[in-house]
Design a protein around this ligand. Structure first.
Ligand code: GLU
Length: 306
């Protein structure tokens, strides 16, 4: 049985880009007769208060996109014990090491950068002696990184096709745990999708470059990876990225101006699933849904559509 999922980070109300992702995750699962699960990605409890998680669930239900999988909503903020178990597997394999680098050291002008602008970690703290670690720990709590192999990890995205990265060259050793003990998104997302039985992940193409890292973690942890579908980003009419601070495109504002069917119909039009922006329910879109119709390039929101 196909199990899709929504995995919002509730740092604010959803915007149209988040909603496009939910609509396509729902349609992709439903077109295969599947279900959709909900996981609230609130690892950062300060940035992600429960009120937003509640608002997201209310918005999804109002739109006719409520999660309907067999497991109740999963909150990442309640699962550090589970992440610890999987973290320990990597620790036992000798793959994890403390990193004392400061932000300014990491972002030095000379540091090589990834295609998405992130710094490729140079491995500065890999191989510190136990004495050195003990000495530095007196003045600074370390974060923890995982040592990646010099290996190309390739996969076929269900929407965008083949994508590959050499982890050592293109990414570098990445964080699994912050200095304050909070586990990193990269670990939590892998453990959660696997334990929740998710079979397909639909998400924005800003996470495409995270996927080789995650596939490698699946392998190291002995977990089964889902199929991935990465979506183009939805951009404001002037080409800017939508953000939760863009009040106009937030669900709070949209709900005041439109019916659920009006919002879904306009979004389906933007996604290539309807020829006109006429109102539609999610259910009505299921028979005509196909990934082939969804654009692969970033989508510019037409002026005055919303
Ligand atoms: N929580 C992430 C977000 O809201 C999505 C993570 C994922 O889908 O893997 O952007």
């Amino acid at each position: 049985m196909t199990a899709g999922r929504y995995a919002p980070s509730p740092s604010g109300r959803m915007h149209l880009g988040n909603l496009m992702c939910c609509l396509l995750a729902w349609l992709s699962a439903k077109s295969k007769g599947g279900q959709v699960l909900l996981r609230i990605e609130d690892l950062d409890t300060v940035r992600c208060p429960r009120v937003y998680a509640d608002a997201i669930q209310d918005d999804l239900a109002w739109l006719g996109l409520a999660a309907d999988g067999p497991t109740p909503t999963v909150y990442q903020s309640e699962r550090s014990g589970i992440y610890q178990q999987y973290y320990d597997i990597l620790l036992k394999k000798g793959l994890i090491y403390p990193c004392f680098c400061s932000r300014s050291q990491l972002h030095a002008a000379s540091a090589p950068h990834r295609s998405d602008g992130q710094v490729v970690y140079a491995g500065t703290c890999r191989g510190l002696s136990d004495e050195e670690v003990a000495r530095r720990s007196l003045t600074r709590a370390p974060a923890f990184r995982v040592q990646v192999p010099d290996e190309e990890i390739a996969f076929t995205d269900g929407h965008l096709g083949r994508y590959a990265e050499n982890l050592a060259r293109d990414c570098g050793d990445f964080y699994l745990r912050r200095a304050d003990g909070v586990f990193a998104y990269q670990l939590a997302v892998v453990v959660d999708d696997a334990l929740m039985g998710v079979t397909e992940v639909v998400r924005g193409s800003d996470l495409l470059s995270s996927t080789p890292r995650q596939l490698w973690l699946y392998r190291e942890l002995g977990l089964t990876a889902p199929q991935f579908y990465h979506l183009p980003l939805l951009l404001a009419p002037d080409g800017r990225r939508l953000s939760k601070r863009d009040g106009d495109q937030s669900l709070e504002n949209l709900r005041a101006r439109y019916t659920p069917q009006e919002i879904i119909g306009k979004l389906a039009y933007v996604c290539g699933l309807q020829d006109t922006p006429d109102p539609a329910s999610p259910q009505e879109l299921v028979p005509g849904f196909s990934w082939d119709k969804v654009p692969k390039q970033d989508i510019l929101l037409p002026e005055k559509l919303f």
